[in-house]
Write a protein that binds this ligand. Structure first.
Ligand code: EZ4
Ligand code: CO
Length: 404
């Protein structure tokens, strides 16, 4: 079997997605997600200009060898652009292998370790009444666990909370510039425990609650926050400090028993080495799309399992339905599954990527179509071309750029 054609599809059915499509001489095709939010075209070029020529004529069954060739052979290792590109190849090859075998991917990964995949959904509000409505709405969708994000008094535009109407990016020279959010760590640290106190009082002790600090705190601030949130029994506190400072987590860990989740911006096992081997976190947030695919993520999860650390794959809207499907297969198969983030996609995105996976009463299942179980409708995709866009940036009240 040989790879005969490879194409990169960039489409924007509501938001940008980069998809790799690998075709073979036997007519079997595979799909992989290479979407890197805000830097999509860099990955598309990496694939088109540097990876596609290496794939043509090779045997699609040699997944591990192809992965090692792309990782080691480039000399320049790691990094989000490279690893998103390698991920797309890896997943597309697993997709092909599953289709040739006539089996859904999770069967090739050892089969199902559970009946269905638990998710968490996002709730947020500028204030408590809006937040409570948002939580109720998520619960009505069946989500068994809820991530709670809140506005902060005195701040206008806070991460993942409903944006003020004037927050739309201003076009400059034809380019949409990033939206600017504002931030005051002291105000956030004073406010957040009150939010969780109110949410617990309203929704009771049983509902699993999560929170994402989105890399904004120093280790000492994170330690204080984790401690302050202990009475509210969080499922986890996510990305409490900028992820590249691994040693900082030792300090956080010494001071709080609030479970910690980290790693959505990581792209290799080396980023997790200290965090896992010293047991500084409880959940790894790596996603199939940004971690180089199914092959390395399975190895990471085995390493994590040795330290009783569980999976919690990143599942925002900017991971495409192709990347989402790959995640759900892995979630179903690995023993140390923790939870899957699931934000869903727009109805149009679901039409561009028809899929066998289902979301029912807050739980996902990959379905039993061979491979990853996702197609691409290239006509609808072509009708929705790339839209230039950025993620927001974050500034302190004096104008200093802060971690977003
Ligand atoms: O901000 O995926 O936990 N989820 C997150 C996400 C990230 C986006 C960045 O592209 O932090 O919402
Ligand atoms: Co996050």
């Amino acid at each position: 079997m040989k790879i005969t054609d490879v194409s990169v599809v960039v489409t924007s059915p509501g938001r940008n997605f980069v998809t790799l499509k690998i075709g073979t001489d036997e007519g079997v095709t595979g799909l992989g997600d290479a979407t890197l939010n805000g830097r999509e075209l860099a990955v598309a070029s990496y694939l088109r200009d540097h990876v596609v020529p290496l794939l043509l004529g090779t045997d699609p069954h040699r997944i591990e060898d192809t992965w090692q060739l792309l990782y080691r052979g480039a000399y320049w290792r790691r990094g989000p652009v490279t690893m998103a590109a390698i991920s797309a190849v890896d997943v597309a090859l697993w997709d092909i292998k599953g289709k040739v075998a006539g089996l859904p991917l999770y069967q090739l990964l050892g089969g199902a370790s559970r009946d269905r995949v638990a998710t968490y959904g996002h709730a947020s509000g500028r204030d408590l009444p809006q937040l409570f409505d948002s939580i109720r709405e998520r619960l009505a969708h069946g989500y068994p666990a809820i991530r709670v994000q809140s506005g902060v008094p005195g701040l206008h535009r806070v991460y993942a909370t409903p944006t003020a109407p004037d927050a739309a990016p201003d076009p400059a020279n034809g380019f949409a510039l990033p939206a600017v959010e504002d931030w005051d760590t002291g105000a956030y640290l004073r406010h957040l425990p009150r939010v969780f106190e109110a949410v617990r009082a309203e929704f009771g002790p049983d509902l699993p609650l999560l929170h994402d600090s989105h890399h904004r705190l120093t280790p000492l601030q994170a330690a204080r926050l984790g401690k302050a949130l202990e009475p509210y029994d969080l499922f986890w506190l996510e990305d409490c400090t900028p992820a590249e400072n691994q040693e900082g987590l030792r300090l956080v860990r010494r001071h709080t028993t609030t479970p910690l989740a980290i790693g959505e911006v990581f792209n290799t096992v080396f980023d997790f080495q200290t965090l896992i081997s010293e047991q500084l976190i409880d959940y790894v947030r790596a996603s199939v799309t940004h971690f180089g695919g199914i092959s390395p993520l399975r190895k990471l999860l085995d390493f994590a399992a040795m330290h009783q650390i569980k999976s919690a794959m990143h599942g925002p809207e900017d991971v495409s339905p192709v990347g989402t499907a790959a995640a759900i297969h892995l979630d179903l198969a690995v023993h140390n599954f923790g939870i899957q983030e699931y934000s869903g996609h727009s109805p149009l995105a679901h039409r561009v990527f028809p899929h066998s996976y289902t979301f029912t009463d807050g739980f996902l299942h990959p379905g039993d179509a061979p491979g990853i179980g996702v197609d691409i409708d290239e006509e609808i995709a072509a009708a929705h071309p790339y839209q230039q866009s950025y993620l927001p940036v974050n500034r302190l009240l004096d104008g200093t750029v802060h971690d977003w």
